[in-house]
Design a binder for this molecule. Structure first.
Ligand code: HEC
Ligand code: HEC
Length: 243
């Protein structure tokens, strides 16, 4: 945006403002804005989101320092992967940090500092990224992963626990804007969220869907499903699920 010819023009216009009355100025700005958007629709939108991710805003930290430039996350710290997740889901989470349905010391002030438009553009940016999975140094053992796979695909009907794949997709790829991808997400982050639901610290889930599920998982189950989903490769969501 900063480099756009529209912006340079805008600065020139600002210098001329004393000569114009406000109504003229408003009309002029609208016209320039329309031109700038018509000329460079994708660059303007993607540029904003990328800018926020890489450089932050006056009031919000750059996301990339914790989530990575392409949204790969930092597994060792439990910073989540955002790459390729549905933009609608990401916006909903930023809204949830801002309105207190999720709370996290680092994310709450950052989400609050972003305008709704900025949340949308940064979500669009990360959603459009594809990045390789960053592997955790501590690899989980195969028994734990196998147990997690069983819970993920079959659930436990004796405990009225549906398989996670019923909502999160057969490969953990996520479904639409409501059911996030779990595949390739780091284990530390996945486990932390399941504990948050159990402790009543996250209420962003529609109809309390995840609260009911997390309450049926004990610590060993949580470690197992987290290890299973973290072991899966990056899977692109079905077409239509990316927004
Ligand atoms: C200082 C580190 C840090 C910075 C900077 C940061 N985040 Fe986060 N972010 C986190 C952590 C930690 C979590 C996990 C929060 C939790 O445990 O609930 C998170 C969670 C999220 C989530 C939820 C992901 C999910 O799968 O539900 C989104 C979306 C998000 N951050 C977006 C952003 C955006 C956009 C920015 C930049 C404007 C940003 N973050 C900057 C650390 C950070
Ligand atoms: C009935 C549907 C449903 C089932 C079954 C389900 N989930 Fe979820 N899950 C959701 C929804 C909806 C969300 C998004 C909640 C939100 O918007 O905050 C979610 C979110 C999550 C998240 C947070 C992801 C993130 O990026 O922050 C984790 C982790 C998770 N589910 C794990 C599981 C596991 C493990 C199972 C199986 C034991 C499971 N889910 C079964 C509906 C479901």
């Amino acid at each position: 945006m900063l480099q756009s010819p529209g912006f340079a023009f805008l600065i020139t216009i600002e210098k001329l403002t004393p000569m114009l009355n406000l109504a003229h100025l408003a009309r002029l700005l609208l016209t320039i804005g329309t031109f700038a958007c018509l000329l460079r629709p994708h660059l303007v939108m993607a540029g904003d989101g990328r800018d926020i991710a890489l450089r932050g805003t006056d009031t919000a930290h750059a996301c990339a320092s914790c989530h990575g430039e392409a949204g790969e996350g930092i597994p060792a710290n439990g910073y989540p992967r955002l790459s390729g997740m549905s933009a609608g889901y990401l916006v909903h989470q930023l809204d949830s940090f801002a309105d207190g349905k999720r709370s996290k010391v680092v994310m709450t002030p950052i989400a609050k500092a972003l305008t709704p438009g900025e949340r949308r553009s940064v979500a669009d940016y990360y959603s459009s990224q594809s990045s390789a999975k960053v592997y955790d140094q501590q690899s989980a053992d195969e028994k734990l992963i196998a147990r997690g796979k069983d819970i993920a695909l079959r659930g436990d009907w004796s405990n009225a626990l549906p398989g996670c794949s019923q909502c999160h997709g057969p490969l953990g790829e996520g479904v639409g804007n409501s059911f996030p991808a779990l595949a390739a997400q780091n284990a530390r982050y996945l486990a932390s969220q399941l504990h948050r639901w159990k402790n009543g610290e996250r209420s962003s889930d529609p109809n309390g869907l995840m609260t009911g599920i997390a309450n049926k998982l004990d610590d060993a189950d949580i470690a197992a499903v987290a290890a299973y989903y973290a072991s899966l490769p990056v899977i692109k969501p079905n077409s239509g699920a990316g927004r």
